[in-house]
Each structure stands twice: as structure tokens, then as C-alpha cells.
Design a protein. Structure first.
Length: 202
């Protein structure tokens, strides 16, 4: 059996990450969404246990104290974290996991789960284009947009250590590039130890 892969996707907010990740999950049934814990309240339509495990701050802090998180971070004033259990269960069954997490969390995953992960960063074509996208959403006030832009730049400053960098200018092209990154990552010989051993045993 091939070893499960953790495909980590990071992107500044407004870059189209959710759309791209959703397409990848829809196309590849062996790729499972890693459900994170968060202390932010559910948005309309979000389901506990599917989109997130929605926890109180106290519940989150108790899990953190028990070292249950592979990684965690404070993002936009709320806590977010990935449970070790989620990852261990998926990888032991040979499944692939998609992490949609922020850059701080990705840096922890890189340290805590070496050898299992591939990191893809999705960037906007320009900061101006990102600003236009955030403004077009119409859901955030100018101060929040300014904060998101500053956060975006801080995240872009980390993009150099990722394995893949996809620019989401034209959605279809960006999707094909992200898909190529995932497919390429699955071909690493380190994830196919089972096959190598089988060939050698013949
Ligand atoms: P949202 O609240 O819009 O769903 O997510 C806000 C940000 O938190 C996004 O950048 C998302 O990728 C990030 N995020 C979601 N889950 C996790 C997690 O488990 N860990 C970390 N570090 N970030 C997360």
C-alpha cells in the first residue's frame, strides 16, 4: 500500500483557495479534507464535524494543553488547529489528506510531520488584484481589507519555502497547476515504498 500524503494548501484570504481545494477534493476521492478545530462560530450552512469541529475557547485550550494538536495558530482573533488523531487515522489507512491551513500552521506541520507533506502556496497575480477581489466581495469594511492585505504580504513572504507556487490569475489554469502539483507529489518514491519492496521481493 502506498503511504498517505498530506497536501498542505496555503493562500492569503481572497485568493480562491476554497474553490481550488473544493475542486481537487471533488476530483480525487482518495484525497480527504482534514477537518480542523476552530473557536470561531459557524457560518450559515457550515456543519460541525464536516467543515470544522466547532469548539469553545476552553475546549480548545484543554486539547492544546493535552498536546492533541499537530499544529495550531491564532488567525483573525480565533484559534484553529489540526488534531493529531485526524492525521494519524488517515495516514495509517493510506489515505491522502488536504490541509487548508494558514502559513503559521504549515510551518509547524513541516517541523512536526517531516516526510509526509507537500506544501503548495496559492498567490494572487498582484496585491492590487487581491485588493479588488476583497473589495468586490463587499463583505468586509476598509480596515479589515487593509488588515487582510497586510496579512497577505506576510504570508507571501513565506512562499519561498513551499514546494509549489501557483498563481491564481485564471482559475482553470490555476486548478490545472494545483492538480499537477498534487499528482507529482504522489509520485515521490518515498510514498511508494510498498511498491518498491514488492518489486524487489519478486
Ligand atoms: P476561515 O475562518 O475563513 O474558515 O479560515 C481562516 C483561516 O484559518 C484560513 O486561512 C484557513 O486556512 C485557516 N485555518 C483553517 N483551519 C486551520 C487549522 O487547522 N490550522 C491553521 N493553522 N489554520 C487553519
Amino acid at each position: 500500500m502506498s503511504q498517505g500524503l498530506v497536501f498542505v494548501i496555503c493562500a492569503p484570504s481572497g485568493t480562491g483557495k476554497t474553490t481550488l481545494a473544493g475542486r481537487l477534493l471533488a476530483e480525487f476521492p482518495q484525497l480527504n479534507f482534514s477537518v480542523s478545530c476552530t473557536t470561531r462560530p459557524p457560518r450559515p450552512g457550515e456543519v460541525d464535524g464536516e467543515d470544522y469541529f466547532f469548539l469553545s475557547k476552553q475546549e480548545f485550550e484543554a486539547k492544546r494543553a493535552d498536546n492533541e494538536f499537530l499544529e495550531w495558530a491564532e488567525v483573525h482573533g480565533n484559534y484553529y488547529g489540526t488534531l493529531r488523531k485526524t492525521v494519524e487515522e488517515a495516514l495509517s489507512k493510506g489515505k491522502d489528506l488536504l490541509f487548508d491551513i494558514d502559513v503559521q500552521g504549515a510551518a509547524q506541520v513541516r517541523l512536526n510531520l517531516p516526510g509526509h507533506c507537500v506544501f503548495a502556496f496559492i498567490a494572487p497575480p498582484s496585491i492590487l488584484a487581491l485588493r479588488h477581489r476583497l473589495e468586490a466581495r463587499g463583505s468586509e469594511c476598509p480596515e479589515i481589507i487593509c488588515r487582510r492585505i497586510a496579512n497577505a504580504k506576510a504570508e507571501v513572504a513565506n512562499a519561498h519555502w513551499f514546494d509549489f507556487l501557483v498563481v491564481n490569475d485564471e482559475l482553470e489554469l490555476a486548478y490545472q497547476e494545483l492538480k499537477s502539483a498534487y499528482l507529482a507529489a504522489r509520485l515521490y518514491p518515498t510514498r511508494q515504498a510498498g511498491l518498491i519492496n514488492k518489486l524487489l521481493a519478486e
